[in-house]
Design a protein around this ligand. Structure first.
Ligand code: ZN
Length: 500
């Protein structure tokens, strides 16, 4: 009896996804539970599982199945047709890189990571320079192998943000940088700086932990299909539609940072828990892009979690977790505290007002390297000049400048823009949401998030990878990527806060 090719494909993809999920469980465990001496063994286990999944997926048999399904495209259900499309795309990308190249790239990255760790500790870019130069060269080769139109950067950007190009981002980001850096300078010069002395002292971890779980539950995060743990670098991960994990970390000197980490990862987790059940064990069970994913985390963390309405609801509740300590504090004071704007040299410490500037600086340097308009040895100088131009800050040394991020040592060029795109997508969405849910802020003030979550589920989450980010955005905003809603959002929020 001949085997139905769509069933054969689904079966094969199911096995690949199982292997990838098992890999994700091991990675989660590595960050959350594993004792330090487990690292070596874990590295081997992860390498074996990844290689198995890769071999199973890039097997020529998968190509044959996809070819035969292509000929009967018109007879496929919409769900099967979407699966075939996305799998074809992944298959072509995965098979364009020869195994020898993949190994060479991985070897160079692990060497570069070690060199970068040392170079950063000693704040000395010259140590990292040869590694970075080789990774840029290999990344250009990767772009050639993958194929692209226009800038070679597009081939790398596509890995994280399919449908977006450097040509589109260059002028758009230049406008964002000009507008945002002006706003940040006005804020820095404002005499209305917040008084945060009420936050001095230490804040116990147990009540912060309990409160963060309470908020996650209120947001709609299903704790029977997820859990929260602690890790050095907060993240979220999905093993299945019904097993979506988040992590956070707490700093004893800070009341809000751990909570904001929980809400951020919770936003990612709600996206993952909102995919379509029929997409389980297929590559469709994923976000449209990293930028779209970041739009969900930033929607919840910044737009919702840093709103006055949110704190009118939650401050009285938070008081119960810290008896006596917050009685004299007002929601307005919390609102000011969680929206403090501070120009920082370090991206991961940046607030939502300055964040895009950190990203645009990196994007411009990456594009320059890939397009060969910037030499690797000139990276520190370019970095420091842009830091001065966008944020008005002098970079004291490389550790606080171009050596601060791990991404380039991983060969991950094209990743950074997705953070800024998340901000832009989220606020473009927000304008439509406020039109379609006119009492959004009254609902949030009552601690009701169901209407908002239902809206996001319907317009973003359920599509998984069936639609690309630009298509989702078009369906919501009725147009393409636009930075002005983000700027309008910043002005409306920070203008009154800083008396501009
Ligand atoms: Zn995120």
């Amino acid at each position: 009896m001949p085997v139905d090719p769509i069933l054969a494909l689904r079966e094969r993809l199911g096995s690949v996804m199982d292997l990838r999920s098992a890999t994700a469980v091991l990675q989660w465990d590595q960050e959350v539970n594993m004792p330090p001496k487990g690292a070596e063994g874990r590295g081997q286990q992860l390498a074996t599982l990844s290689a198995l999944a890769h071999r199973l997926f890039t097997d020529p048999e998968v190509g044959t199945l996809l070819d035969s399904l292509h000929t009967q495209k018109d007879t496929l259900s919409p769900a099967d047709a979407a699966l075939v499309d996305v799998t074809r795309y992944d298959y072509d990308r995965a098979t364009r890189l020869p195994e020898s190249f993949v190994h060479e790239f991985a070897r160079e990255c692990s060497r570069a990571y070690e060199v970068w760790t040392r170079a950063r500790a000693e704040s000395d870019f010259s140590q990292f320079l040869p590694s970075l130069a080789r990774l840029v060269e290999l990344s250009r080769k990767k772009a050639d192998l993958l194929g692209y139109e226009g800038s070679p950067y597009n081939a790398l950007l596509e890995e994280y943000e399919r449908g977006m190009t450097a040509e589109q981002l260059k002028p758009l980001f230049a406008e964002v940088a000009a507008a945002e850096s002006q706003l940040v300078k006005r804020i820095a010069a404002s005499p209305h700086q917040p008084d945060l002395s009420w936050l001095d002292g230490t804040w116990d971890e147990a009540p912060k932990w309990d409160f963060s779980l309470r908020v996650l539950k209120d947001m709609g995060y299903d704790l029977d299909a997820g859990r929260q743990d602690k890790s050095v670098h907060p993240f979220s991960t999905q093993f299945d539609l019904c097993d979506v994990r988040v992590t956070t970390r707490f700093n004893p000197k800070e009341l809000f940072s751990g909570l904001m980490g929980s809400i951020h990862e919770g936003g990612h987790a709600l996206y993952m828990q909102g995919h379509a059940p029929e997409d389980r064990r297929t590559p469709l069970l994923d976000g449209a892009s990293l930028g779209m994913h970041e739009s969900q985390s930033r929607m919840w963390e910044n737009v919702v979690g840093r709103s006055l309405a949110f704190w009118r609801h939650y401050l009285p509740i938070l008081r119960g977790y810290f008896p006596g300590r917050l009685d004299a504090v007002t929601p307005e004071q919390v609102y000011r505290a969680v929206n403090r704007v501070e120009r920082s040299l370090i991206r991961v410490e940046a607030d939502e007002c300055t964040y895009n500037l950190h990203i645009i600086l990196r994007f411009e340097i990456e594009v320059g390297l890939l397009e060969d308009t910037l030499k690797v040895q000139d990276v520190p100088e370019a970095w420091n000049a842009k830091m001065k131009e966008y944020l008005g800050l002098d970079v004291p040394d490389d550790a606080h400048g171009c050596l601060q991020d791990i991404h380039w040592s991983h060969g991950a060029f094209g990743y950074f823009p997705t953070y800024a795109l998340g901000n832009l997508y989220a606020t473009q969405m927000l304008e439509t949401i406020q039109r379609e849910i006119p009492d959004l802020w009254q609902q949030i003030e009552r601690g009701h998030f169901g209407t908002l979550l239902g809206w996001l589920r319907e317009r973003v989450h359920k599509h998984g990878r069936r639609k690309l980010a630009p298509e989702i955005l078009e369906g919501i905003a009725g147009g393409g990527l636009d930075w002005r809603p983000y700027y309008r959002y910043l002005e409306a929020k920070y203008g009154p806060l800083y008396g501009l």
